[in-house]
Design a protein around this ligand. Structure first.
Ligand SMILES: CC(C)(COP(=O)(O)OP(=O)(O)OC[C@H]1O[C@@H](n2cnc3c(N)ncnc32)[C@H](O)[C@@H]1OP(=O)(O)O)[C@@H](O)C(=O)NCCC(=O)NCCS
Length: 195
């Protein structure tokens, strides 16, 4: 009898836990998007300590590994609280950590409302190879088809040519501008075409 109960509990746990453990593994032609882990902290530090990466992100590159550890911890917390969060971008061929991309439940950027934000941030040596575009398309697809989100938003400083180019290329329409910390940003918003 005890064995039977253990068996039933094991099944229930497997069914309940499996989607959480498996969530957010996305594969594209060249990339694997997988959940961030604490083992990524050094890669986050390499990414975010580069001032060029932060030109359109308040110009505040991180100065210590502890700041990167906090960023990773925040993402892990978002997975738990919101059921989604940014994902690490891995080169499938070389296994290199390229950066991060994906969705985040954003509560700060727009004063007027919360929304699901599409974003990306890559180490400088990987820019200009179409990786951000590839990851962004897969993230939109995941958000709309798998998570069935009603809409996804995105923002880019009006002077950030690369980011604006990506958002337009993947089919996100601009629907105005807003100001965040004195910087004028384009606001992009796309409704789920599958609903
Ligand atoms: C923005 C960022 C993610 C772009 O990554 P990426 O992998 O180089 O982007 P992609 O190669 O997929 O696409 C970039 C597009 O912008 C275009 N682009 C790049 N620089 C440009 C410029 N100065 N002027 C005009 N277009 C530009 C590219 O030509 C390309 O478009 P195309 O494919 O039609 O030619 C990367 O530079 C980055 O991580 N920057 C720092 C973090 C950041 O700013 N994140 C975004 C915040 S909104």
């Amino acid at each position: 009898m005890n064995e039977f109960i253990v068996y039933i509990v094991a099944i229930i746990l497997t069914v309940k836990i499996a989607p959480i453990m498996d969530f957010q593994h996305i594969e594209t032609k060249r990339l694997l998007l997988r959940p961030v882990t604490t083992a990524d902290v050094h890669d986050f530090f390499e990414l975010d300590s580069n001032p060029k990466v932060h030109v359109f992100l308040e110009k505040k590159p991180v100065k210590s590994i502890e700041e990167s550890a906090q960023m990773v911890a925040d993402i892990l917390q978002q997975y738990k609280t919101n059921g989604l969060g940014r994902l690490a971008i891995i080169n499938k061929k070389t296994n290199e950590f390229i950066g991060w991309a994906g969705l985040k439940y954003e509560k700060i950027l727009r004063k007027e409302f919360n929304y699901y934000d599409l974003g990306y941030r890559l180490k400088e040596q990987f820019w200009g190879k179409g990786y951000a575009t590839e990851a962004a398309i897969a993230s939109l697809d995941y958000g709309f088809k798998d998570l069935k989100l009603k809409e996804i938003g995105a923002a880019a400083d009006v002077d950030h040519l690369a980011s604006n180019a990506i958002l337009k290329k993947i089919g996100m329409p601009v629907s105005g501008t807003f100001t965040y910390k004195n910087e004028l940003c384009n606001w992009y918003n796309l409704k789920n075409p599958y609903l």
